[in-house]
Write a protein that binds this ligand. Sequence first.
Ligand code: 9MR
Length: 397
Amino acid sequence: MKLRRWVATAAVAVATVATLNSLPASAGHPYDPTDQSLRNLGLRHNLYVGTAVDMDALADPDDPQYRQIVGDEFSTVTAENVMKWESLEPTRGTYNWGPADELVSFARQHGQRVRGHVLVWHNQLPGWLTSGVADGSISNDELRDLLHKHITDVVRHFRGKIWQWDVVNEAVSDPWDNPPTLHYKGFWAEHLGSGYIADAFRWARAADPQALLFYNDYNIEAFGSGDPANDKTRFVYDMAKDLRSRGVPIDGVGSQGHLGTQYGNYDTLQVAAALKKFTSLGLATAFTEVDVRSQMTDGVQAGESAEINPRLQASAANFSILLQACLSERHCLSFTVWGFTDKHSWVPGTFDNPPEGLATIYDENYQPKRAYNVMRADLIYAGPPYVLPRVAQRPHR
Ligand code: 9MR
């Protein structure tokens, strides 16, 4: 090889190695070919693999495996509950930052990024706020000021420490609501009108110029009929398009990914097509709360393998569908599971008639399930030309 060509090739090689190393370095440590953890395998694609974190479990000295796995397997964490308004400001004017700060500090110690969840939602609001609105002592004008203050205080408190904020969560109705035509639903829309959504993004941007600002919702994994009257994905797409066209600083759409093996669900190509549509608006995407629950039939509860195995397989297949779709789209930045063990999952406490469970990637004894191995396989066997490294999103102003 001629010297000049060799020098050029070597320069490219050095630059390539530098690029490869610089991507992983942002997640704490470089890619290690001998490490099969989800977080390390994700580094090959610059994909952050995350989990929601239950802070009680993280702090429980009798449950050390929980803490160990959060640190070892994941490169991004989300507070399952402790960044919600009722946790942060249980008494009006008095903030309780402790548990949320603990998560941020755990993440720093473990080289993890933090998804902030959640600034504006109609659930888990403090009692003083909802009762004040209900009894008329808090007017709608004051409510708007309180929301502005909440967003400003919270985003400022964590400024520089949050990678992606879920600014607005679950603002859109479902086809089973009344009326069935999709609309902006819930506490905030009822009191402030749908304009609160744009306001929330603007207020969040004013408080942190760097965080990526997301709209987050469930049942938007794939398009349906295409009619915004009954296709929630289409409704959210139209909303995001409108926000972008008005210069509202939204950076991404988070697809929660709460699936169930009793439903038809989707295939990878349908999900990838939806991600691509959101990307076409100049938005990043992320899977933010993935779990795939199953009905706990009598046979499942009795431990019958003929009942359990098909559910574990269907669950794994659904994790894989969402992960492969995310890998296929370079603007899909992270893939977060909503809890990683059936020992600490919101599902059994929420769905009890019929009972549901088996929703996560580890069983109750922290044994990895088929879903965990399928995720690892997807991360291992993905590569060019269909899977290329993620493209970092720049915050919109
Ligand atoms: O997992 C959360 C659970 O511990 C809470 O009791 C519940 C309260 O509504 O919220 C759960 O998390 C939700 C998330 O914040 C938003 N998307 C749906 C999640 C599951 O309900």
